[in-house]
Design a protein around this ligand. Structure first.
Ligand SMILES: NC(=O)C1=CN([C@@H]2O[C@H](COP(=O)(O)OP(=O)(O)OC[C@H]3O[C@@H](n4cnc5c(N)ncnc54)[C@H](OP(=O)(O)O)[C@@H]3O)[C@@H](O)[C@H]2O)C=CC1
Ligand SMILES: O=C(O)[C@@H]1CCC=N1
Length: 273
């Protein structure tokens, strides 16, 4: 892939995940810079990955050809206003936002720029196992789409959405979703602990099973999820009893409601920020 000089504005959890995945995929550390107001996270990034670091957003944006906007949604307007106040020019740079809840048109207003791609990655990008949704307005050139896509493909899989609300659906199904699986695993580990396993044993049982289940899905694209479930579920056996409990207590509806709540929150942020 093209190795543009790439700056991450905001060196938090998601930037660290993306930077780690990019470095593992062979993106040159010398072509990456991260900024943050405080130095601690930056120093860890420099020590772990050998990238450039700076506490000066203007310096980073001037250096970069592509810029990942990776601050919290609530910080975005201030951060971009400060850049403009300092006279930083974003002309000719590709802006890649990873923020939830900030629309492209709002980003255009905040930056005065049009070359913007909205993305929604997730933290497994850290391991090259990310899932990223991308959205661009029709006027965005193919070369810019390709760069953003290849960058995200370096850290996992990608999916373009054709209308912008699709990004909010990606948040619910992928961006926020690692946390759902962690929550489920926490609940399972807590019960395993309760039943007499040590913390370490409980974690081993849960993590290896989650890994195995995810790999079973990935390795069998022609087998439906419900068929994979059926293969575990002996008639009159133990799994059937557990599944009956989940179903009687409305797991599918609960998941649907939770995902809808994530979408609603993303849309709400879009009206507020
Ligand atoms: N975490 C996730 O799983 C995902 C997050 N996202 C999006 O990624 C973005 C970042 O989220 P996340 O990494 O979780 O958040 P974090 O809070 O971990 O990271 C944001 C970073 O931005 C820094 N920051 C604050 N103000 C500025 C500024 N003016 N200039 C430069 N850096 C600044 C913060 O510094 P300080 O150290 O001082 O707090 C912090 O390190 C959000 O917009 C979120 O919607 C998208 C997909 C998944
Ligand atoms: O919770 C959030 O708002 C961000 C967006 C997706 C994951 N984390």
């Amino acid at each position: 892939m093209e190795k543009r000089k790439l700056a991450f504005i905001g060196a938090g959890n998601m930037s660290r995940s993306l930077i780690s995945g990019l470095i593992q995929s062979g993106y040159p550390a010398t072509a990456i810079m991260a900024t943050n107001p405080s130095s601690e996270k930056l120093e860890r990034l420099a020590a772990d990955f050998g990238i450039h670091i700076s506490q000066d957003n203007t310096q980073a944006t001037e250096w970069a050809q592509a810029i990942v906007l990776a601050v919290k949604p609530q910080m975005m307007a201030n951060m971009l206003a400060e850049l403009q106040a300092q006279g930083a020019s974003l002309d000719g740079k590709l802006l890649i936002s990873i923020a939830a809840g900030i629309s492209v048109s709002r980003l255009e207003q905040m930056t005065g720029q049009q070359s913007i791609i909205r993305t929604m990655p997730n933290t497994p990008s850290l391991l090259g196992l990310g899932m990223t949704g991308l959205y661009a307005r029709p006027h965005i050139e193919q070369s810019e789409r390709d760069y953003a896509e290849h960058m995200m493909q370096a850290v996992g899989k990608t999916l373009w959405v054709s209308d912008e609300d699709g990004i909010n659906q990606v948040i619910a199904a992928a961006g926020s979703a690692p946390a759902y699986f962690f929550l489920f695993m926490e609940a399972m580990a807590a019960q395993a602990l309760q039943s007499g396993f040590s913390e370490q044993e409980a974690r081993l049982l849960v993590q290896q099973t989650a890994l195995g289940a995810a790999n079973m899905v990935a390795a069998n694209p022609d087998i439906s999820l419900s068929e994979l479930r059926a293969q575990v579920t002996s008639k009159g056996g133990t799994t059937a009893e557990a599944i009956r409990h989940f179903q009687e207590q409305g797991l599918a509806q609960l998941v649907a409601n939770a995902m809808t709540a994530a979408v609603t929150r993303a849309r709400e942020l879009e009206t507020q920020l």
